[in-house]
Design a binder for this molecule. Structure first.
Ligand code: SF4
Length: 277
C-alpha cells in the first residue's frame, strides 16, 4: 500500500492501574478484520509485556524459553478471524512446506474427529444454555485434558519450536508460565503457574468481526483452522483500520466508540503549516 494509505495514531490506556501508550499504524482503507491481526498481535505483545512486568514486580520470572514447545500439545482456541488468517498463512507458504503443514493439519483433525473430541466441544454451547457455570467449566477442563492426553503436537511445531512465531495465535502469546517449563507437558493447577494477564485480547478477538458462521462450534481449535476455512469461505465486512481498532476497544470497554472519538494522524497529505510572519 502507498504511504498515504496508512494512518498512525497513539492509544493511551490504563489497565488495572498500569498506564500504557501504544503507537500504531493501520490501513486507512476498508479491509477485512483478519488482515488487522498484525496490529492486534502488536497490541497483545504490549499487554503481555505489562503482565510480565507485573509478575516480575511480584518476584516471579517467566520460565518459557526458545526451543520449549511443552505447551504446544494443548488445544489452542482461535477467534474466527484467526481461522482465516492461519488458512491464508499456510496457503502462502512455499512448497513442500505448505503440503507438509496441510498434511499435519489433516492428520491431527482426523485423529480428534475419530475420538469424538470435536463432537464433545461442539456440545459446549448447548451445555452453556442448560447447565450451571461450574458444570460447564468442569467439562471444558476435562475436554482440554483429554486433548492433551493425546500428546499430538501443533502442526506448526518443529523441533519443539514454533515455525510461525511472528504470526502465532493470540492465545499462544498469552500463555506464559513461571513454573518449570517442562511441567507444561502435563499441566495441572498444582504444577503450572501461569502469568496473570492484565488483559486477554484473545477474549476480545472472539467477538471482533464475527459473522456467526461458527457460533455453535463451541470452541475453534487450531487443528480445525484449515478445514473450517475451506468449508466456510470468509464473508467478513470491511472497515477502516481505525474503525477495527475502535471496535476492539469498544468490545474491551463494553461501549461504542464514536467516530469522532478516534483521532488518527494521517501519515501524509497533511496540510502545510502556515508560516509565521
Ligand atoms: S502456533 Fe506455535 S506457539 Fe502456538 S501451539 Fe502452535 S507451535 Fe505452539
Amino acid at each position: 500500500m502507498a504511504e498515504n494509505e496508512w494512518v498512525t495514531g497513539t492509544i493511551r490506556v490504563s489497565i488495572a492501574g498500569h498506564p500504557l501508550e501504544m503507537s500504531m499504524t493501520v490501513p486507512a482503507k476498508p479491509i477485512k478484520p483478519h488482515r488487522m491481526l498484525p496490529v492486534f498481535h502488536q497490541m497483545t505483545n504490549s499487554f503481555v509485556g505489562l503482565s510480565v512486568e507485573a509478575a516480575k514486580a511480584e518476584g516471579e520470572a517467566v520460565s518459557c524459553k526458545a526451543g520449549c514447545g511443552a505447551c504446544c500439545r494443548q488445544p489452542v482456541p482461535l477467534a474466527e478471524v484467526e481461522v482465516y488468517q492461519l488458512a491464508e498463512l499456510v496457503e502462502a507458504m512455499p512448497e513442500p512446506k505448505k503440503s507438509e503443514i496441510k498434511e499435519r493439519f489433516a492428520a491431527s483433525a482426523e485423529h480428534f474427529r475419530k475420538i469424538g473430541w470435536f463432537d464433545r466441544v461442539g456440545r459446549f454451547s448447548e451445555l452453556a444454555r442448560t447447565e450451571p457455570e461450574e458444570t460447564v467449566a468442569e467439562e471444558v477442563k476435562n475436554a482440554v485434558h483429554q486433548y492433551m492426553d493425546e500428546r499430538i503436537p501443533c502442526p506448526f511445531l518443529e523441533e519443539e519450536s514454533c515455525t510461525i512465531h511472528e504470526s502465532r495465535p493470540i492465545a499462544c502469546r498469552e500463555y506464559l508460565v513461571t513454573s518449570p517449563a517442562e511441567n507444561c507437558y502435563d499441566p495441572t493447577a498444582a504444577t503450572v503457574k501461569k502469568v496473570d494477564m492484565i488483559m486477554e485480547p484473545s477474549k476480545i478477538l472472539k467477538h471482533l468481526g464475527t459473522t456467526g458462521s461458527f457460533a455453535n462450534a463451541g470452541l475453534l481449535p487450531l487443528v480445525r483452522a484449515l478445514e473450517l476455512a475451506d468449508k466456510v469461505p470468509e464473508h467478513f465486512v470491511e472497515k477502516t483500520g481505525e474503525r477495527w481498532v475502535a471496535d476492539f476497544f469498544g468490545i474491551m470497554t463494553r461501549s461504542e466508540i464514536p467516530k469522532k472519538g478516534i483521532k488518527a494522524k494521517p501519515k501524509s497529505n497533511r496540510k502545510p503549516r502556515k508560516k509565521r510572519r
